[in-house]
Design a protein around this ligand. Structure first.
Ligand code: NAP
Length: 247
């Protein structure tokens, strides 16, 4: 997998799955824009790790739920690396609650970050990507919740299901420009997002995981890097990275 000379933007790259994607893409040779929303120190650490391995990275603070900040993120890539080839829409949040108790704000925030954030970044990247005329790769981080639903996650499942439909539509719209658009649907991956789940919930989920272990961020990053580099004839697909939790 060789991404030498390519530039990748990873949203929510300060921690968890996004961090692993940034390191993996950099390991394959890409220059990386490490996006974060709050945690500057963590983003700096990702940049430092990439640079210590001989790669190039820049950090950029942007809230993906705000269109103008996404435009700034794309501009950062062009300003620093003179091009943009790969966009990984990874930033996401959860505000779990049963619908009966879910506040309007909990619904709205999850839709704003997880779904509108994907629209914002894709919309902002499109013009420079098309102008460049060298194809491109967009990979959206969905979830098994977007494929099958999940109790307590109506907001999150709706956003992730929306991402999947958006991915398939973008694949159709952009195929003729050699821009592939795919999604990954992680299952239970050990990150700060899943840290907050109780032991009882974890045990219940584990019963359904065929591989009998929770996923690691690197398990997702490997698939993302494959889609960003080798998978020339793959578009509009959703790859579950879930140890067979979703079947
Ligand atoms: P995480 O450890 O909680 O990290 C979330 C990342 O998103 C952080 O880098 C955070 O930045 C960033 N972020 C949050 N809100 C943002 C915003 N408004 N604008 C820009 N960045 C923002 O989460 P994770 O587990 O790695 O999840 C990454 C993606 O995988 C998410 O889309 C999530 O839905 C999806 N996913 C995760 C799992 C899982 O089991 N972990 C399963 C399925 C899907 P700061 O550090 O600056 O706050």
């Amino acid at each position: 997998m060789d991404l030498t000379g390519k530039c990748a933007i990873v949203t929510g790259a300060s921690r968890g799955i996004g961090r692993s994607c940034a390191l993996s893409l950099a390991g394959a040779g890409a220059s990386v824009v490490v996006n974060y929303s709050q945690n500057k120190a963590a983003a700096e650490e990702v940049k430092k790790t990439i640079e210590e391995s001989g790669g190039s990275a820049v950090i950029f603070k942007a809230d993906v739920s705000l269109y103008n900040e996404c435009e700034g993120l794309i501009k950062c890539a062009i300003d620093h690396f003179k091009r943009i080839d790969i966009l990984i829409n990874n930033a996401g949040v959860t505000r779990d609650n049963l619908l009966a108790r879910m506040k309007v704000e909990e619904w709205q925030e999850v839709i704003d970050v997880n779904l509108n954030g994907v629209y914002n970044c894709c919309k902002a990247v499109l013009r420079p990507l098309l102008k460049q005329k060298s194809g491109g790769r967009i990979i959206n981080v969905a979830s098994v919740a977007g494929l099958h639903g999940n109790i307590g996650q109506a907001n999150y499942a709706a956003a992730k299901g929306g991402i999947i439909a958006f991915t398939k539509t973008m694949a159709k719209e952009l195929g003729s420009r050699n821009i592939t658009v795919n999604a990954v649907a992680p299952g239970f991956i050990e990150t700060e997002m899943t840290d907050e789940l109780s032991t009882a919930v974890r045990e219940k989920i584990m019963e359904r995981v065929a591989l009998k272990r929770f996923g690691k961020p690197d398990d997702v990053a490997e698939v993302v890097t494959f889609l960003a580099s080798s998978a020339n004839y793959v578009t509009g697909q959703v790859i579950a990275v879930d140890g067979n939790l979703s079947m």
